[in-house]
Design a protein. Structure first.
Length: 131
């Protein structure tokens, strides 16, 4: 699966005329880390997919769509599968959805922590002001 996603990321980068170095810099990762994403050696693409889609000016769900804007489902509806017409590859959408949900859950936890930290700072400032 990582290989199919990496291939798609590489193809989209090339269509934008960007080098791996340029894309890695925008993601704040090393070129070698970015290269591993495109080659499918890592699943860390999930940590960067939202920013990649933003840079590509595309919706996250569009990243996983066929060129004809369809997602094929198997007969028993156990999972949705995307067919990439360029290389006849398949990506299990349910598995990717789980990864994306995990990514957003982590982001929500991080944001909640930021809110708690800010509330603590505000409480401390109020204490200082009241003194």
């Amino acid at each position: 699966m990582n290989t199919q996603v990496g291939t798609r990321i590489r193809r989209l980068r090339e269509n934008k005329g960007l080098s791996q170095e340029e894309r890695a810099e925008k993601l704040h990762i090393s070129r070698s880390a970015y290269s591993r994403i495109e080659s499918g050696e890592t699943n860390s693409w999930v940590n960067h997919i939202e920013k990649l889609c933003t840079e590509l000016e595309m919706k996250l769900e569009d990243f996983f769509m066929n060129s004809d804007n369809s997602i094929n489902t198997n007969k028993d509806n156990a999972s949705a599968v995307q067919t990439n017409t360029h290389q006849d590859t398949h990506i299990t959408i349910n598995h990717l959805s789980d990864k994306v949900i995990e990514l957003y859950e982590d982001k929500i936890k991080w944001l909640e922590k930021q809110i708690i930290d800010k509330n603590d700072e505000i409480a401390e400032l109020r204490k200082l002001i009241q003194k």
